[in-house]
Each structure stands twice: as C-alpha cells, then as structure tokens.
Design a protein around this ligand. Sequence first.
Ligand code: GCO
Ligand code: MG
Length: 444
Amino acid sequence: MDRRSLLGLMAAGALTPRQMAADEQAAKAVRALPSPKIKDVQVIATAPDGLRLVVVKILTDQDGLYGYGCGTFTQRADLVVAAVEKYLRPFLIGKPTDRIEDLWQAMYDSSYWKNGPVLNNAISGVDQALWDIKGRQCGLPVYQLLGGKCREAVDCYAHAGGAEIPQLIENVKQLRAKGFRNIRVQIGVPGMAGYGAGPSDVKVEKLHNDPVFEPEAYLHRALKMFEAVRQEFGDEIELLHDVHERISPIQAVRFAKEVERFRLFYLEDALSPEDIQWFRLIRQQCSTPLAMGELFNSPHEWTPLISERLIDYIRVHVTQAGGLTPCRKIAALGEFFGVKTAWHGPGDVSPFGHAANITLDLVAYNFGIQECNQFSEKVRSVFPGCPEIRNGYYYINEAPGWGIEVNEAEAKKYPYGYGEGGTREKNNGGWGIIRRRDGTVIKQ
Ligand code: GCO
Ligand code: MG
C-alpha cells in the first residue's frame, strides 16, 4: 500500500502510527523484491490419451516459483517443441517474468515472419506460463488478475455422435443424464468418414483405398439427424453442429438456410478459412447463428469477421493465436460488435489450455459457450488439478495461477507414439487424409 493511502487510513483512525510504520516496512519490502528472472524454459511433450500435448514450463530464479502454459498443436507437436527449445529459450533466459505484454510482443516480433500456428503455439506456451507465475506470486487464480468473475461457472457443450441416428439419440440421452444442456450432434454417413460420428463398415464405390466423404450425402444425413433429434428432444436442448469445413461455399449458404428451422445454438466452421468472404452471403440470407475460428492464426482472419458482424461466436484455438494475452483482446473486440466467445476446447488442448479457456470465459462479459473435455483418468494423473465439470458447467481450480501441476514422471509414461496408439499416432500426429469418391482430397 502506498504512503498516501497509509496516511489516509491513519488520519481516519483506522491505523495507528506503529501499524503504519510496520505497513510501510512491508510495502517497502515488497517494492524491493526483485522481479523474478527466467532461469530456464523446458517443454513437456506427452500424449496420455494418444493426442500429442505440448506444455511449456518456465523456471525462475526464485526458488519454488515456476509456471506452465499450453502450446498444443497436436498435428505438428515436435515443431512447437523445437521452436521453444531452439528459439524462445535462448531469447528468454535472464528476462523478467513480470512484463507479460512486453515479452509477448518481443517474442511475436523476434521471428520477423509471424502469425503461423507453430510459432504462435510456442509463444502461447510461454505466455500462459508467465500468467501462471504471476498468479502463483500473488496467491491468486489467473481470473482474479483479470478482474474477477462475471459468472459463477462456465456453461459447456459436449459431443454426441453416432454412425446411425438411434445411436446418436442414445448418446444425447447419456449427456442429458449428466446434466448437459448444450450438445454438439454429428451423424455418420454409411460407408463414409463422417466427422465426429464414428466409423461405418458399409462399403461404397470409390477409385482409391482411403476413407471417403461425399458432401451431398453428408448434408442429406445431417438434415435427417436434426429432424430426428428435434422430434425426440423438442426445444429443450441447445443443438450445435460442426461442418468442419467439408462442403463448398455455396453448399454452406444453402445448408445454413435449410437448418434455420432447427434453431441451432450455432453452426460451426461452415466455411474453410480460405473462403471466409462467403460469410457475407450466408449472413444476408439467413439467421442461423454462425461460429468460426478454430483454424485461425492471424488477426487478418478474426478481425474482419468480428468487425463486420459476420459471425456470432468466435471460436479461436487460444494457443494458435498466441495464448491468453492476444485472446483477451479478441474477446474485448467481440464485445463491441456483439460477437460472443466459444473458445476451441477439444481433447488436443492440454488442461492448462482448458484452464486458460475457462479463465477467459469467467472474466469476459460476452462469453458465449465453452467446448469442454471430460478429462480421462490418464490425463488427470499427469495433470493434477484439472478443471472439473459438474452438471454441464466447467469449474476452474481456485488455486493460484492455473491451479494445475504436472506429474512429470507420469508424463514420461506417455511419449508421442510414432505409429503406436490411435489413428493420430499412426499418422505421426497428423490429420488423416479423406478423399471424395474420385480421389480428390477433402479439407479437414
Ligand atoms: C472441434 C474441432 C476438433 C478438431 C481437432 C483437430 O470443434 O472440437 O473441430 O474436433 O477436429 O481439434 O485436431
Ligand atoms: Mg470444430
């Protein structure tokens, strides 16, 4: 507390001269504390659920003071590890931890060319670790450093999928029983690789041996799915759907109009980032709420969509934009244009990344909804302190910083697979190739 405040309290009789002298000593002692310096920057590369996670750990010159941040780009995780170890570590050692914005700008500028997924994730890992350190220093959860809560907890949505409609309906019922009010619904297409819907053993004619996907077959099934889900559950649940960039722009215009009658909470990724100019046409022709952003890495992508009110929910993958520091600015920008937040939150975000999402959700007035990950026991064993989900709400751990630790011995039990484990590991962490019948590669 500064001298003037102390004098005020003493004049008001709330403080005796002796107390004031003691407080002044305390204030002087705090001011004299040297700001922590970065002593080391390490990367924890672990895949407890077969999805490659990247966590940056910053150690400071003050004993016991360290922080963690998420830098997860699961498809190119090894490149983020290298970007941190080869470039950011030598750049950061010896620098103060308490100037987060300044360090963020310096890291962002130091590569000259910027706004790409690998370097942004590397910066995010450091950025989020610096916020963790500041919280640990103050003894406060990060959301308190950003002004405190706008809401008690964070309303989430969970994923329901099915190869056939009855299976999907059953999955929705199970999520309803867990208390979820908001559910993303995805349906398979017989013989095809429907997004988020599980495999199908039906054979379809095709000119190659890769998984196949035909947009019109998917669009036809999706409309049947919405009919059936609304028939079964009425209007009592909020429905979300992820197109995952898999149809043409003009199909997206038509589909957004066709689903208007199902009153979706939002239609996600109707377009690829390369086609975002088409949002103007969708906007002019229907009122289906639109969400976009998980594939964005640059201000040139989110700024026009927000400032022209072409979407309703901005869905950036926080680490792809460079971490908490830039994303609190995206949230603030959205508030002025009526765009709400819906940060990307799948299994290929570490618990630190989910804690950053929830922190942004708690402090932003224009919070929309949060995609959640029901962490497995393996993930929880590596990351004690993971956020909890109760009755469809996310609850942050109230401990200082992100409130999460890393059991590094456990993390070592789950190295990146390179061939073993799930599909992603068989693809060296990459996104599997899917083709049209004639062999044309489908985006995402
Ligand atoms: C979502 C996303 C994910 C991505 C995945 C890519 O809405 O959660 O589309 O499912 O496909 O994060 O690695
Ligand atoms: Mg998505």
